[in-house]
Design a binder for this molecule. Structure first.
Ligand code: THU
Length: 295
């Protein structure tokens, strides 16, 4: 599955917002289980722009946050995942993908709404984009039960790439742990915070050595502190650095896989945040169970 966003950026949205919109679109498709190549036309505009579309297509002469126009007219209660073949009729040879529909977002509206609801601009952007994507896949929120199902799908999609409020705290603990980094040789400080399944947290930093082979990464410092106090199961790890996304090195992935192959990995650097399951970072991982298999 991959999604192509044809973005018409009429309001000078920045790179951060554009990459977030793409991740939101991908996460919504993954959550719905859509396997096909699809493309979406996304118009980013302001309140005057969206008001004109709202007036023209819905007879409502007012600004709003987001509008979506699905290419497949799903009946109420019918979802994209139940009829993936309907998308085939929207296949566009030039695009090499199926057209899912149009989305219009007023970015200034999104930013104002984030302030009003007291959450981050990233969360509001992610929410509105996944909301629109699920509309394109047949979801609506007219009946209460449908609204709840749509909310559940949106949250599941958003959790794929944005930290939860608790994970935000873990990222903060990882940033603090980074301040203790001993990294005179690389000049690359890293901090980590692991959450154990019993709800406790352990932090760690990278510790370097004049004998380079003795270096330990921040992730293993945190995990080994936890293991040496009796912990064997982990839910998530947050990792912080300054300059680039600190996805864990191969050895750290292997150590995580030993204890909790399903754990979640979050990274933060220079204003950026990303998340992935360990299974995506270490596919076909070798673990304790492999030693007990025959042959
Ligand atoms: N480092 C970590 O702490 N975690 C990783 O997953 C990758 C690398 C540290 C080790 C070393 O101190 C520095 O980053 C440069 O490799």
């Amino acid at each position: 599955m991959s999604v192509r966003l044809d973005i018409e950026n009429l309001c000078s949205a920045g790179q951060g917002a554009l990459s977030l919109l793409k991740k939101a679109a991908e996460a919504a498709l993954l959550t719905e289980g859509v396997q096909k190549e699809v493309y979406v036309h996304l118009l980013l505009t302001d309140d005057d722009g969206i008001r004109a579309y709202n007036r023209e297509y819905r007879g409502l002469d007012r600004a709003t946050d987001v509008l979506s126009f699905p290419s497949v007219p799903y009946n109420p209660g019918v979802l994209c995942s139940a009829h993936p073949e309907w998308l085939d009729e929207e296949y566009d040879i030039e695009a090499g993908a199926c057209f899912l529909g149009d989305i219009i977002i007023s970015m200034p509206h999104v930013l104002a709404q984030a302030k009003e609801y007291g959450h981050s601009e990233a969360r509001e952007t992610a929410y509105l984009m996944t909301h629109a994507m699920f509309h394109l896949m047949g979801y609506d929120h007219i009946k209460e039960e449908d609204r709840q199902q749509m909310r559940k799908m949106e949250e599941e999609a958003i959790a794929r790439f944005l930290p939860t409020p608790e994970e935000e705290k873990m990222l903060e603990m990882a940033r603090e742990a980074m301040t203790f980094s001993y990294s005179p040789y690389s000049g690359y400080p890293v901090g980590a915070c692991v959450k154990c399944s019993d709800g406790t947290f352990y932090t760690g930093c990278n510790i370097e050595n004049a004998s380079f082979g003795a270096v330990i990464c921040a992730e293993r410092t945190a995990i080994f502190k936890a293991v040496s106090e009796g912990k064997r199961s982990f839910e998530a790890i947050a990792i912080a650095s300054h300059t680039s996304a600190p996805w864990p090195c191969g050895i750290c992935r292997q150590v995580m896989n030993e204890f909790s192959p399903k754990m979640r990995v979050l990274v933060t650097w220079d204003g950026g945040v990303d998340a992935a399951p360990l299974s995506a970072l270490l596919p076909h991982g070798f673990g304790p169970a492999d030693l007990t298999k025959d042959g």
